[in-house]
Design a binder for this molecule. Structure first.
Ligand code: PEP
Ligand code: MG
Length: 549
């Protein structure tokens, strides 16, 4: 048994096989296939889908960059339909009784090598095209996810590091746990693991070798350890922990349906953070009173191009309808920093966390912002949607946003398209917004404090930098004082203030937040019931007296 220690992102125990996730190129594993006929059919179906994708790309490119430049996609279509290529794939499936992905990968490599070895420069250049089409086919065969996990059973995903775009594209049913060699506790990948309520470790410093693939392991989120090839005794101990955890969960589930009210009658809104429509099941299971933060940028991260108004509208409407009248706070896109989307074609920045992200993109590229606002406004006619704007630093930004929202409403009215009248709030996640909170409170319907970024910008610590995790003191008095100040300023203006950053889920601070008068806590779904338990057991007045508040 080998034991590695990392930093724990979420508690709990996971037992299963390790899946070594390699970045970049598609990871293709060889699998034995007995029914080669249906495997060949699967290959042909994938080919049809890939051909259609190339056709769409051709049309799009023709419009944007002209026919001559778009021709590359026609060339790709021809290559994909090339008899020799198809024959080779089928031959490998039949003779080696292997999966289509593997056959395509081998064929792609062989053909690329053949082209690269040719004398003609033009033909040499085709090597990259062959690689491209085989990657495309493999992606389709993987079910469309470029970071697809090729395993029949749920696994412990072991990776060097994971970008939010990779994490979000993984099939969640296949992931028991995330373990990364690098990575920070405050990264969005860590946040996603918390939303999924699965044990996860970062910064384990393990060596990512192929021989770990398929090995049995235990991830213990309570002590931050991963045990590879665990011995009998460890395995039994962990199975016991899982049983206890289950008992604990059952006890907590008895709190479902109860109001979030303290012993002395203070009520708190307890909402859930989500990044994806698939998280709604967890929201329901854990009895959240609403959604306090829907990170809409994950819709963009999962797409290959800008999601259209209609695509977004359907998602927002579905969330609103599923929540059936409960509040759903949708944050406008917070792309930038660690959440990168190639098709935004952003310039490289020296300092992306302080660069063009979130509302700064929306205000400089209003066409993107307006598409999202149209979708949000239309969807808000179908439920209790509120819109929230991230990364606010100045009053003019809020005024400009309001102007744009009015323009969009005007356009919808002129077009005879129905829309609702959603509340509009802002995130308080920069020290500037904290200092302006008294004035800002008069302009908006609510505040939601983003403690992840607020801590990063207040303490001048890059939240992505794992080496600084020890300096990233989330209980730093400066941050706590800011939360107190923002809440007070919100109340002065008669609006409410919540916390949607990870600190809102910190059980050590729940009573402190109650004493500050924080109105709403929005946390990963798995945290709702543990926080409700604390709320139900707290007498805020008593707490204030004891702590001289
Ligand atoms: C935050 O900064 O606290 C927040 C909730 O937003 P994100 O973590 O997505 O930046
Ligand atoms: Mg933030």
């Amino acid at each position: 048994m080998q034991v590695y220690k990392g930093k724990s992102v979420f508690g709990g125990v996971a037992i299963g096989k390790i899946y070594v996730y390699q970045k970049g190129e598609q990871q293709v594993r060889r699998r034995h296939i007995s029914d080669t006929q249906s495997e060949k059919e699967r290959y042909h179906q994938a080919m049809e889908i890939a051909m259609a994708q190339l056709g769409e790309l051709y049309e799009k490119a023709k419009e944007e960059v002209g026919e001559a430049n778009a021709a590359v996609f026609e060339v790709h279509q021809m290559m994909m339909e090339d008899d020799d290529f198809i024959e080779s794939v089928e031959h490998i499936i039949d003779n080696q009784q292997v999966n289509a992905e593997y056959a395509v990968a081998i064929t792609g490599d062989n053909f690329a090598q053949m082209f690269a070895a040719m004398d003609d420069e033009y033909m040499q250049g085709r090597a990259a095209d062959v690689k491209d089409i085989s990657e495309r086919l493999i992606t389709v065969l993987n079910g469309g996810a470029s970071g697809g996990i090729q395993s029949d059973e749920p696994v412990i995903v072991l990776a060097d590091d994971l970008a939010p775009s990779e994490t979000v594209q993984m099939d969640k049913d296949k992931v028991l746990s995330f373990v990364t060699v690098h990575g920070s506790l405050n990264s969005h990948t860590a946040i996603l693991a918390r939303t999924m309520s699965i044990p996860a470790l970062v910064s384990t410093g393990m060596e990512l070798t192929e021989d770990l693939d398929g090995k049995m392991a235990i991830v213990d989120g309570s002590n931050g350890c991963i045990y590879v090839d665990p011995d009998e005794e460890t395995l039994e101990g962990m199975q016991e922990s899982i049983r206890k955890e289950q008992e604990q969960k059952e006890l907590l589930h008895k709190l479902k349906g109860k109001e979030n009210v303290t012993l002395d009658g203070q009520k708190v809104m307890l909402y859930a953070n989500i990044g994806n429509i698939k998280d709604l099941a967890m929201v329901m299971q854990n009895d959240a009173g609403g959604i306090g933060l829907f990170r809409s940028e994950f819709i963009y991260l999962e797409s290959e191009d800008f999601p259209t108004e209609e695509e977004q509208f359907l998602i927002y409407r579905q969330v609103a309808e599923t929540m059936a009248g409960k509040r759903v706070i949708i944050r406008t896109l917070d792309i930038g920093a660690d959440k990168k989307c190639d098709y935004f074609e952003m310039e490289e920045e020296e300092n992306p966390a302080m660069g063009c992200r979130a509302i700064r993109i929306c205000l400089t590229r209003p066409e993107i912002f307006k598409t999202q606002l149209r979708a949000l406004l239309r969807a808000s006619a179908f439920g209790n949607i509120a819109i929230m704007y991230p990364m606010i630093t100045s009053m003019w930004e809020v005024k400009k946003i309001k102007e744009i929202v009015e323009e969009v409403k005007q356009e919808l009215t002129e077009q005879g398209i129905g829309f609702g009248n959603p509340l509009q709030g802002i995130m308080i996640e920069t020290p500037a917004a904290v200092m302006l909170s008294e004035a800002l409170a008069k302009e908006v319907d609510f505040f939601s404090i983003g403690t992840n970024d607020l801590t990063q910008y207040t303490l001048a610590i890059d939240r992505q930098n794992e080496k600084l995790d020890d300096f990233y003191d989330s209980h730093h008095p400066a941050v706590l004082e800011m939360i107190r100040m923002v809440t007070e300023n919100a109340h002065k203006a008669g609006i409410w203030a919540g916390i949607c950053g990870e600190l809102g889920a910190d059980l050590e601070l729940t009573q402190e937040f109650l004493a500050m008068g924080v109105d709403e806590l929005s946390v990963s779904p798995g945290r709702i019931l543990p926080i409700r338990k604390i709320i139900l057991e707290t007498n805020v007045e008593e707490y204030r007296k004891q702590h001289k508040k």
